[in-house]
Design a protein around this ligand. Sequence first.
Ligand SMILES: NC(=O)c1ccc[n+]([C@@H]2O[C@H](COP(=O)([O-])OP(=O)(O)OC[C@H]3O[C@@H](n4cnc5c(N)ncnc54)[C@H](O)[C@@H]3O)[C@@H](O)[C@H]2O)c1
Length: 441
Amino acid sequence: MEAAEQTAQFMDKVAIVGLGYVGLPLAVAFAEAGMSVVGVDTNRDRVVALNSGESHVEDVRSERLRAIIAAGKLRITSDYGLVREVGSTIICLPTPLNRHREPDLSAVVAGCEAVAHYVVPGALVVLESTTYPGTTREILLPIFERRGRRVGEDLYLAFSPERIDPGNKVYTVAKTPRIVGGVTAECTRRAASLYSNITQEVYPVSAPESAELAKLLENIFRSVNIALANEMAILCHRMGIDVWEVIEAASTKPFGFMPFYPGPGLGGHCIPIDPFYLSWRARAYNLNTEFVELAGRVNVNMPHYAFSRIANVLNSQKRPVSGSRILMLGVSYKPNVSDLRESPSLRIMQLLAEAGAEVSYHDPHVPHLPNGDLVPSLPNGGLSSAELTEEELARADCVVIGTHHDDLDLRLVVKSAKKVVDLRNAVRYDLGEAPANVEVL
Ligand SMILES: NC(=O)c1ccc[n+]([C@@H]2O[C@H](COP(=O)([O-])OP(=O)(O)OC[C@H]3O[C@@H](n4cnc5c(N)ncnc54)[C@H](O)[C@@H]3O)[C@@H](O)[C@H]2O)c1
């Protein structure tokens, strides 16, 4: 069979490699758009759970997953061999930092090697993992060429950054414009055509490097602006000025200002990590990305700053941190999700536990926190989420609001707690004002 004929036969079939926060919603979006989807993930427990209709991603309800599996639209497997049956493969694998805080592309490379082994002539491969500019051309392209593929002729290669915001009900996959940059114009055209199945707007750029860097710019923009808000918060506290009022006042300017808010530090897989992909890459061009580094330093310090504010509140009650009972409300890194990656609440709990505090937590999205890497100083067996009762709140010497989940009963919190340190301005946001027992970041 001719290559063109062979891929035409597979054009309505897509493989998604890596079924995490990015890959699973994407697989579901393609399946719901009527395409036939193969999901590949090497985590066998995850494959078993997904195949039995159990979703681990809040944005994908288990019923939705079950419906598309039952309709035969989504097959989930650890077997890369199914890539033989599809016309397009999208790679959504993790891109963490190694212990020297340098890019770790090992999962992406392993995934691409496996895809290259099975991909059919004429197929499209798109990388969605966040990475430094040059990855698609310098790392992926040679993997396929070593297997005899000619990119732009019998294989089409592109980068398209994922912009998903887990938990965001407004800007879903369909409503968020998608950038695509192919190695050749035909690669871009094919990638744009694929994504037009699931999104209302595709924005082509001239090269994968532009698409790769656009994603980093978006995240660095947030990191730098959050760092500025954090520095303002520290300064305002010293000066006795309400930083939240300052930000709201500045936000009344209808042009040239965009509000960012302070907090206990950055969390998630993206904003604490991605900027370092660029600073690492910039060093190869003899350049230090000063904004990136400075923002990183300010943001990394925030859990320590939050710790010092909690210690001061205890001090004002003549209590040392050691031996004090601290109840952390919200341990995931952002509201209404269970994602714990890089969560500042966990870092603060670790600092408190190291200083001898007795730490507990409440989080309806996280029933249990194992000890280990997340919070190494937790007791053996980890901790379970405490029920949010008057007694539990009153027992704590200090209650800390680390994450502002929607269903947190802040009326009960401020009524029952001796002291509250509100790292998110949640009390004033929900109740309009903060009573005297509440210290706002
Ligand atoms: N989470 C977000 O909000 C978000 C948003 C935009 C971009 N991104 C980027 O998307 C990429 C994926 O992130 P994520 O949050 O979905 O990660 P994740 O950790 O949630 O999911 C990755 C999945 O890949 C699987 N996996 C790991 N190695 C594999 C291999 N060799 N073959 C097959 N499967 C393998 C894992 O088992 C896991 O299920 C990262 O580059 C991230 O920076 C994430």
